[in-house]
Ligand binder design. Structure first.
Ligand code: IFM
Length: 457
């Protein structure tokens, strides 16, 4: 099997605004749902907030220099909606946009390709107060926001992503409530999923109208690599149900122009889907230039042996039981299993031939600590990345059209409900001093990116 990636393969790292920027109250930024959620007792471990995060807002230069030193060819970041359109409506904030203009200029000056995500979970609180993603209006607001950012940065950003992991926004945010805004209402979660889909379609349309013809549009999904625990038909049915809620609820309308019939049937006891208006699915199926896949671990399911009521991110999930796969785990307690990545890449190549794929996130949290000399050795992360890049190579060898790989994450950062307790970065951040120390995985990844070859650690 080849150990060399194709020429032009994009090597990058990814971050998200709320997880790294800090400067939560500067230059006119208003609270997002995550600012509010962090201030709600018991929602985020240790009461952590993104107020300061990794202070990237003030350390942008240093961080871009670090990326250049690590030889990254691309950087995937997200724009903070409440920073560039503070009330979620109306005109853009010049100061907010200036930050991203300067960031992109810095990246381009270092030959690093900017890959911009419009929405990585930080909905302006004012829009949540007006109904949030369960309200149709939010999708219209998103299209407006997309146009503002497109007009401001279209001359210098070539690859655009509408949404990051809409599954998390809809189901963790509105069904299980473990993410902002913390609601637990299955019907609202399904509405949210539809309005996120609509936001994607309308946002893509708005971007297309203002971007140069060469600009590329994409969306990033954390498509589930869902497996049945046994080949028993009841377990296979559990797999089908979860696949519908994890993946096909988004890929159905986005890639094929319709919601899957089995999803509509499975959720008939929760909603009539009357919030899907005529013409919505046509709008959602906007032509894309790439599909972003985020992958961390597979999901293993079986048919129920008992009922487990209570808030869950899977509406109707009493019909499914979730299992921990055997084997190694990361600090998130997620299984290390690269075959899930291979499965997703080959699945989408078969499902949507001709649509290029990007691995827009992949990585692992471990309990990294500096040694006595201040160095941070993370051999487990290197092993994780190595195994997953091998899976990408296998998928490429089997015909998958994978154009790039973005390591999650450039820096240790705010890991949502886990606060700062989980470290995903290839660069260690000392939160007391904000000092950045590349871990051994960063050196290893830099070598892979430079040579395009996978070498043993
Ligand atoms: O940190 C998150 C990121 O924001 C979205 N994808 C998964 C990562 C790890 O949990």
């Amino acid at each position: 099997m080849t150990v060399t990636f194709p020429p032009g393969f994009l090597w990058g790292a990814a971050t998200a605004a709320y997880q790294i920027e800090g400067a939560a109250r500067e230059d006119g930024r208003t609270p997002s749902i995550w600012d509010t959620f962090c201030r709600t007792p018991s929602r985020v471990l240790g009461g952590d907030t993104g107020d300061t995060a990794t202070d990237h807002y003030h350390r942008r230069h240093e961080d871009v220099r670090l990326m250049a030193e690590l030889g990254l060819g691309a950087y995937r970041f997200s724009v903070s909606w409440p920073r560039v359109q503070p009330t979620g409506r109306g005109p853009a904030s010049r100061r907010g946009l200036d930050f991203y203009r300067a960031l992109v200029d810095d990246l381009l000056a270092h030959d690093i390709r900017p890959v911009l995500t419009l929405y990585h979970w930080d909905l302006p609180q004012e829009l949540e107060d007006a109904g949030g993603w369960p309200a149709r209006e939010t999708a219209l607001r998103f299209a407006d926001y997309a146009r503002l950012v497109g007009e401001a940065l279209g001359d210098r950003v070539g690859l655009w992503t509408t949404l990051n992991e809409p599954w998390c926004s809809a189901f963790l945010g509105y069904a299980s409530g473990v993410h902002a805004p913390g609601r637990t209402d299955d019907e609202a979660a399904l509405r949210a999923a539809h309005h996120l889909n609509l936001a994607h379609g309308l946002g893509a349309q708005a971007l297309r109208a203002v971007l140069p013809a060469t600009a590329q549009l994409s969306v990033t999904l954390n498509a589930g690599a869902v497996r049945a625990r046994t080949p028993d038909p009841a377990d296979l049915d559990a797999q089908r149900r979860v696949d519908a809620l994890a993946t096909r609820i988004f890929t159905g309308p986005m890639l094929h122009g319709a919601y899957p019939a089995d999803l509509l049937a499975d959720t008939a006891g929760i909603t009539t889907w009357s919030f899907v208006h005529d013409g919505d699915t046509d709008a959602i199926k906007h032509p894309l230039d790439a599909l972003g896949i985020n992958y961390y671990a597979p999901t293993v399911v079986s048919a129920p042996t008992d009922n487990r009521p209570g808030p869950s991110p899977w509406p109707g999930s009493h019909a499914v039981v979730f299992h921990q796969p055997p084997g190694k785990r990361t600090a998130m307690d997620w299984a290390v299993d690269p075959t899930g990545l291979y499965d997703l890449l080959t699945r989408f190549t078969a499902e949507v031939p001709g649509l290029p794929l990007l691995v827009t996130e992949n990585g692992a949290a471990y309990d990294d600590k500096p040694d006595a000399d201040g160095a941070v050795h993370d051999p487990e992360r290197i092993a994780y990345l190595h195994a997953h890049l091998e899976a990408v190579l296998r998928a490429l060898a089997d015909g998958a059209d994978v154009r790039g790989y973005f390591l999650w994450s450039l820096l240790d950062n705010f890991e949502w409900a886990y606060g700062y307790s989980k470290r995903f970065g290839m660069v260690y951040v000392d939160y007391a001093t904000q000092a950045r120390t590349p871990k051994s995985s960063a050196r290893w990844y830099a070598r892979v990116a430079r040579t395009g070859r996978l070498t043993p650690s």
